[in-house]
Design a binder for this molecule. Structure first.
Ligand SMILES: Nc1ncnc2c1ncn2[C@@H]1O[C@H](COP(=O)(O)OP(=O)(O)OP(=O)(O)O)[C@@H](O)[C@H]1O
Length: 668
């Protein structure tokens, strides 16, 4: 660590002296003194206390649990048996778990050879990878044994509660460490963590470590994680701030001491710009950092995996310097992630070839990349804790570092929001270009917005898959934006979506509900021959062409269907017209019958008080006698009889009027 770091004494000043070879390894790392978090945590954790530790990023928390774990295992009266596990460390990401594993390996590989006892076995790493399945984890454990097991929650659960149950003995477990504990106790990991913890013996020490372990987190989780009477260790950072204008009468400004939750050597800046100007500012920050501060190692954070993928393709065309770009996010395969991280961290960047890692929050926590000079948050994170962790990838171990965040419009309120949480930010003026003219009051949109838009579009138009990626990135960004924790600052309705579309260099606006009400005055689609706009990749292009043919066929079919449908209603209309005429004819026929019936009834004895059924009987007789001379068919008269009967049933309530009407139409 640099001279500006406050150290907390030499290693030999610890109340319980460290084992010789462990001390040697620490010295070989170049760490001559303890950091404050190490000086306060190591003695307590070694003395069987549970601990809840909060100290800023890059302050050396890893050794604060690695050393006590090793010391506990070394000091055991009896060595752990082959199938026994003595310590478990859980971390939220595979990268962080691997990093912790490599530190344990450094120690364990340096143990002295003892003729009387076997060396401590290597620590076992449980993370997802193409090379190692959960079955391999079991196989590695049974063949070599492991006193220390490190892993991500999912894989750890699979091991401890799955097949590992049959081969691993947890009775001797002495320590459980949750690194980035607040993240592990978040909703996403909660269920898995609870199952693991319930499975572990209660007689153990537990340590929770994080840079953002707030009191609320710690207290609410103590019971759940099974901590007993823990020691709460908070390492505070204080920095001097010159309060301008507070003149004490001697012409000097007053210096005040302020507490902060970010490393003392981290300078945190924000730039207020339009959404459409974000990419311009990003490229200018990189140029500024390279030329002014000789920075060569950058991490740039984006909101989503799709944004990382897209800007990984676009940014190299826009940055002035010849940077080497890397991309890392959770949708990449484990081996791609490992390769990228190795390439980025081992790169020997120079001012002329800076190394730039584009990433999502999968790289926000815990990763120790000591050479990172600058962190740029292209998109602000969804919560303040992540803000600290992202910034904390630079200014580690006492080194200087700078972090930048781009904020637009109402988002600037986020600065005060962070200030309250002891994360101070300084405003940095907008980086202007050569053609930028401002009249001081009314600042126009940077003319380079249209220059960049044209440039990005030119690139996008070289390959249709870039267009697909741009849309995917845009949509994913809008969706992510609406999930911000500080939703009253990051409001989707305040977001300048056209500005976002411009900075993404979209060729046209996608169809999405968020864009429905948007004023499109300042937007113009790119001129694209969509039918011939092709994919560079042959298989993908062949698929597109096949889809075009299919779409044409579908269209023709659809046209046909439409034509048929257009005819269909006419037919229906005709049909109904003809039905109407039929109905009319039927009506007339029935009216005639009715008249006939009336005439006939008038001539019957019913009029003289003869009961109805007898009348009908008489009628029937008359029918059969051929008493009617007007030539109506017998069928008609039979129907009249049926009708007569049914009307009687209606009157008795045995048949409904509706049924009657259905049967005899408007005869009534
Ligand atoms: N006593 C020490 N003296 C000098 N450097 C140290 C010391 N202890 C650790 N370091 C270095 O400090 C850097 C940061 O350490 P570490 O990764 O443990 O930080 P951390 O507090 O866990 O950070 P984060 O919160 O980001 O996970 C590492 O490069 C490590 O080698």
């Amino acid at each position: 660590m640099s001279a500006s770091t406050v150290f907390a004494g030499i290693w030999t000043s610890l109340p319980i002296p460290l084992t010789g070879w462990i001390l040697d390894v620490i010295q070989s790392m170049g760490h001559t003194q303890m950091t404050p978090v190490q000086a306060s945590t190591i003695p307590l954790f070694m003395k069987n206390r549970d601990v809840v530790v909060e100290a800023v990023t890059g302050s050396g928390k890893t050794l604060a649990f690695v050393i006590p774990i090793l010391e506990k295992l070394v000091r055991r009266e009896a060595r752990l048996k082959h199938d026994e596990i003595g310590a478990i460390v859980i971390s939220p990401t595979r990268e962080l778990a691997s990093q912790i594993h490599s530190i344990f390996s450094l120690f364990l590989s340096s143990q002295p050879v003892d003729e009387n006892s076997a060396p401590f076995p290597s620590a076992l790493l449980l993370v997802s990878s193409e090379q190692s399945s959960p079955a391999d984890d079991i196989q590695r454990f049974t063949s070599t044994g492991a006193d220390i097991v490190i892993g991500t929650p999912g894989r750890m659960e699979e091991f401890l509660l799955g097949k590992g149950r049959e081969v691993a003995d947890l009775k001797g477990l002495e320590i459980l460490v949750l690194d980035e504990a607040d993240r592990l106790l978040d909703l996403g990991f909660q269920a898995s963590l609870s199952r693991i913890i319930t499975h572990l013996p209660k007689q153990r020490r537990t340590g929770l470590f994080s840079a953002t372990m707030t009191d609320a987190d710690a207290l609410s989780e103590l019971v759940r994680v099974g901590l007993r009477n823990p020691a709460r260790i908070i390492v505070k950072v204080q920095s001097k701030k010159v309060k301008g204008g507070l003149d004490c009468g001697d012409g000097h400004n007053t210096e005040i001491i302020e507490e902060r939750r970010t490393p003392a050597n981290l300078q945190n800046y924000y730039i207020d710009c339009r959404t459409s100007e974000k990419v311009i500012q990003l490229t200018r920050i990189i140029s500024h950092e390279v030329s002014r501060n000789k920075s060569s190692h950058f991490i740039i954070y984006f909101a989503t995996c799709a944004c990382v993928d897209y800007f990984y393709k676009i940014l190299p065309m826009l940055t002035k310097c010849k940077a080497v770009f890397h991309s890392l996010h959770g949708n990449l395969s484990p081996s791609a992630r490992t390769k990228t991280l190795a390439a980025f961290s081992s790169a020997v960047p120079s001012q002329s070839y800076p190394s730039v890692l584009l990433a999502t929050d999968v790289v926000a926590r815990g990763l120790d990349l000591p050479t990172v000079d600058v962190v740029i948050q292209f998109d602000p994170p969804t919560d303040t804790k992540t803000f600290s962790h992202r910034c904390g990838r630079t200014a580690r171990a006492g080194k200087a570092g700078r972090a930048w965040v781009l904020l637009s419009g109402r988002e600037v309120d986020f600065v005060d929001f962070l200030g309250v949480r002891k994360i101070p930010l300084k405003k940095q003026p907008y980086f202007t270009g050569e053609s930028y003219v401002s009249d001081g009051n009314n600042i126009p949109e940077d003319p380079d917005v249209s220059v960049f838009l044209t440039q990005i579009r030119r690139v996008v138009m070289t390959d249709r898959s870039l267009h697909d990626q741009s849309v995917k990135a845009f949509v994913s960004f809008v969706r992510a934006y609406s999930k911000h924790e500080a939703s009253y600052i990051f409001r989707i309705k305040d977001l300048d979506l056209i500005g976002v579309a411009k900075s993404f260099g979209l060729l046209r606006l996608p169809k999405m509900p968020e864009l429905k009400q948007v004023n499109r005055e300042s937007w113009q689609d790119a001129e694209v021959a969509w039918d011939t706009f092709s994919y560079l990749e042959q298989a993908q292009e062949a698929k597109r062409l096949a889809a075009v043919v299919q779409a044409k066929a579908n269209k023709a079919e659809h046209k046909n269907d439409l034509a048929q449908k257009e005819n269909a209603p006419r037919k229906k209309h005709n049909a109904s017209w003809s039905r109407q005429t039929d109905k009319k004819a039927e009506k007339e026929r029935r009216r005639d019958k009715k008249k006939m019936k009336k005439r006939w009834l008038a001539s019957q004895p019913a009029a003289a008080g003869v009961p109805e059924d007898q009348v009908i009987g008489k009628r029937r007789r008359d029918v059969t006698d051929g008493a009617f001379e007007d030539g109506d068919s017998i069928d008609d008269w039979q129907e009249l009889l049926r009708e007569e009967k049914m009307s009687k049933r209606v009157r008795k309530g045995l048949v409904s009027q509706k049924e009657f009407d259905e049967e005899f139409g408007e005869l009534q």
